[in-house]
Write a protein that binds this ligand. Structure first.
Ligand code: ATP
Ligand code: MG
Ligand code: FE
Length: 370
């Protein structure tokens, strides 16, 4: 199916167009610069920016894909989770388009879309790291996930390990962060280091020049009392915690400042990144092994991280887990991921959403479509 996807859950206005698993267009307009001086996303500013950017973004996506609204089979839109006011702009636009063009509407889960983007065939020059290939059902076109598929979702607001029995029908949460998300940790540490917002890309770049072993920062929830054993799992065996790491970085910065010495920003960035990536990958691989997950989909903005892509690939290979990593450009918020999940829902014959669906700012990951 030809599906148009609309994403406005945070600060990216995204419109993507796919035909099945083929990406035809992915236009993203970001209001990130308007938020940078506040050190974080301001909901009111984000919503206004979506309102201004939506139609130009839509026009450009249609132009790139060389299709018209008449051609599309369905319109998919993020219904949650995200900022309520921002979500409402995309939802209103999607409903208006669906009504005017007489197309079915699919309200979908932003988190599942982050994971589902890995089903798209990589576009040219986008740095896709796809091992193996997924096949589609001959009749329906639904992508067939191998038995034992799981997902590691690492984004600005979420850090979760999932079992994915079906991308359209059944996703189960196996573990998650108990405090900050991985992307949130990057953003907070960047702020501590005076690196601006968002922190992920900047720390990623700086870390490449620093020593990842200069500081030994804590790996949260790795003590035996939290982990337990495979037979007697501890309460947080498959969970993460990043707030202690952020505090440890703050202490280190303070010590240099108090001593009047220059803060070794690149070494701190590299050591912080190593702590995040080490604990993310080690716990994800353990959860995968113990839950029989042999194919892992990586998704979310932090999946753009060079070190995470590298270490997760190495550890999955060592554990015999097949890993699928989306192209860097499709890791952070975009409309293509919404369209990709929408196309799966259409192909699977899932009923469309009604035109009165609300924005659900805390939509749980198990609620794939509304
Ligand atoms: P959610 O998807 O949980 O609702 P979000 O949509 O705000 O949150 P994403 O767009 O998926 O989050 O990702 C943004 C996050 O990814 C930010 O926290 C950003 O710092 C982080 N990020 C982006 N690029 C990188 C990178 N190269 N390395 C590490 N983190 C990164
Ligand atoms: Mg964003
Ligand atoms: Fe996101």
């Amino acid at each position: 199916p030809l599906v148009l996807g609309i994403e406005t859950s945070c600060d990216e206005t995204g419109v993507g167009i796919v035909r099945g698993t083929r990406l035809l267009a992915n236009t993203v307009s970001s209001s990130i610069e308007e938020h940078a001086r506040f050190g974080g996303v301001i909901p009111e500013i984000a919503a206004r920016a979506h309102l201004e950017a939506f139609v130009p973004t839509l026009r450009q996506a249609l132009e790139t894909a060389e299709v018209t609204l008449d051609d599309v089979d369905a319109i998919a839109v993020t219904s949650g989770p995200g900022l309520a006011g921002a979500l409402m702009v995309g939802l209103s636009a999607a409903k208006g388009l669906a009504l005017a063009a007489g197309k079915p509407l699919y309200g979908i889960n932003h988190l599942v879309a982050h994971v589902g983007v890995g089903l798209l065939e990589g576009g040219p020059g986008e740095g896709a790291l796809l091992e193996g290939s997924l096949t589609s059902d001959q009749h329906t076109g639904v992508t067939q996930l191998p038995a034992g598929t799981g997902a590691l979702l690492v984004s600005g607001g979420h850090t979760e390990i999932l079992r994915v029995r079906s991308l359209t029908h059944e996703v189960e949460l196996l573990g998650s962060t108990i405090d900050d998300a991985a992307g949130e940790a990057y953003d907070k540490v960047a702020r501590l280091l005076g690196l601006g917002y968002p922190g992920g890309p900047t720390i990623d770049r700086l870390a490449a020049k620093g020593d990842p072993e200069a500081f030994r920062f804590p790996r949260g929830l790795t003590l035996p009392k939290f982990i337990g054993t495979a037979e007697q799992p501890g309460r947080h065996r498959h969970d993460w915690s990043f707030s202690g790491l952020k505090t440890a970085v703050a202490r280190a910065v303070e010590q240099f400042e108090a001593a009047g010495r220059p803060v070794p920003t690149t070494d701190i960035a590299a050591s912080f990144q190593e702590a995040v990536v080490d604990v993310l990958t080690s716990k994800a691989v353990r959860a995968a092994r113990e839950h029989g997950i042999t194919t892992l989909l990586l998704g979310g903005g932090v999946a753009a991280n060079r070190r995470l892509r590298e270490l997760l690939a190495a550890r999955c290979a060592a554990a015999g887990i097949e890993l699928r990593i989306p192209p860097v450009a499709l890791c952070t918020d975009n409309g293509a991921m919404v369209a990709a999940l929408g196309a799966q829902l259409v192909a699977a014959g899932v009923a469309p959403s009604s035109l009165d669906i609300p924005a659900d700012s805390s939509q749980p990951v198990e609620r794939i479509s509304v």
